[in-house]
Design a protein around this ligand. Structure first.
Ligand code: M6R
Length: 369
């Protein structure tokens, strides 16, 4: 059942290229357009939507944060992302032109279910992104886009997250396609890149041995910080969440631009800080800013663990540890940059003698509010 792996989590990390490819299967036609017929929400409704609201919890929430960048960039529709547990309690503004996207691996998370019920009561259309056929969240939604990660057994979400990202990109690109935005050419190019991305995930997995060794060497530390910017910011949050739940370490993710507004005070000698570096090609201004951040924290003694694209030489002088990821379009980078963080957390948990698949105090699906 664990397919020769010591833990389900390791098996599920390894299954990610297939999970990503399966989630794309049958959804891109021969011309490179998306065919999401399963999203039964009529095209007219999608064209008229004035706002997208994403609700989710935990790792699925991080997928939603990344989706916001893609949706707003490719469709120009304003997009809000909210923790499902906060959503209905603040009396959110919703109507029949709001498209609510509920993301859930299990389809049984009570917070997310209550949020979508509230949204439907206000007349919003709800699209579920879900990994579990026939579960409650898709049953109660207007439409569902299934992720095809296969069963995820480990409490810590890995392959489901990557497929949630793929589904979010598909929704963003589909909205762009249906509404026809000025990014038509970019959308077609990204669909082509997405169709190839499983190979990049595979390549990342093949180079994880140094990440494991690094993780083992940090087993005695108490704190690890994670920094990122743009779509790398939610990736930093996800890296920190994985480390909390698996290694029981104090871990925090920050937007790199916030460093000087407070968190830099935490930097001290030998503190491990993981930095997710944006592509030097896409948003090159941000790249330069993040490189300066790495320089600043290193000057204050941090041990810098840098995740950067192949060929990005600017980071080399400031990286105590350098983890390379393949060159990908900016918005798709989380599909490759998250993987080393999963491996890092899993290996640290093992090194600290923790139960990897069943961390203390946690349940796989949280069916109470
Ligand atoms: O089944 P769901 O996707 O709705 O679950 C949401 C969260 O409970 C879940 O992602 C949780 O944060 C994971 N343990 C993270 O690894």
């Amino acid at each position: 059942e664990k397919g020769g792996y010591d833990y389900f989590m390791l098996k599920e990390i390894a299954e990610q290229p297939k999970a990503v490819a399966d989630t794309l299967l049958g959804r891109i036609d021969a011309e490179g357009s998306l065919t999401l017929d399963e999203v039964r929400i009529p095209a007219a409704v999608l064209r008229e939507a004035t706002k997208v609201v994403i609700v989710a919890c935990g790792t699925a929430f991080h997928a939603g944060l990344i989706a916001k960048y893609a949706i707003e960039h490719w469709t120009r529709i304003p997009c809000e992302v909210e923790l499902a547990s906060e959503f209905r309690y603040r009396d959110p503004i919703l109507d029949h032109r709001t498209l609510v996207v509920a993301i859930s691996q299990s389809g049984e998370t009570m917070d997310t279910l209550m949020a979508l019920r509230h949204a439907r009561e206000q007349g919003a259309r709800v699209l579920a992104i879900c990994n579990t056929n026939g579960s409650t969240i898709p049953r109660e939604s207007d439409a569902v886009l299934y992720t095809h990660a296969g069963p995820e057994v480990a409490v810590a979400s890995t392959k489901a997250f990557l497929t949630q990202l793929v589904a979010c990109y598909l929704v963003a690109l589909y909205l762009g396609q249906v509404r026809g935005t000025k990014w038509g050419d970019e959308i077609r190019a990204v669909i082509r890149d997405l169709a190839r991305i499983a190979e990049d995930v595979e390549r990342v997995l093949e180079t994880m041995e140094p990440v494991r060794a690094l993780a083992r060497s940090l087993a005695g530390h108490d704190t690890v910080l994670f920094l990122g910017r743009h779509v790398g910011y939610p990736v930093a949050l996800e890296g920190a969440l994985k480390l909390k739940e698996l290694a029981y370490m104090h871990a925090e993710g920050f937007a790199a631009g916030e460093l000087k507004h407070g968190p830099i005070a935490l930097i001290e000698e030998d503190l491990p800080v993981v930095v997710v570096v944006p592509s030097p090609r896409g948003r090159s201004v941000l790249h330069g800013k993040v490189v300066s951040n790495i320089q600043e924290i290193r000057a204050r003694g941090a041990r810098t663990i840098v995740i950067a694209e192949e060929g990005d030489e600017a980071v080399v002088p400031y990286a105590d540890h350098l983890i390379r990821i393949p060159v990908t379009p900016t918005l798709l980078q989380p599909l490759v940059s998250t993987v080393p963080l999963q491996v890092f957390a899993c290996e640290l948990a093992t090194a600290r003698g923790n139960e990897v698949d069943q961390p203390r105090n946690l349940a796989k699906s949280v069916t109470v509010e």
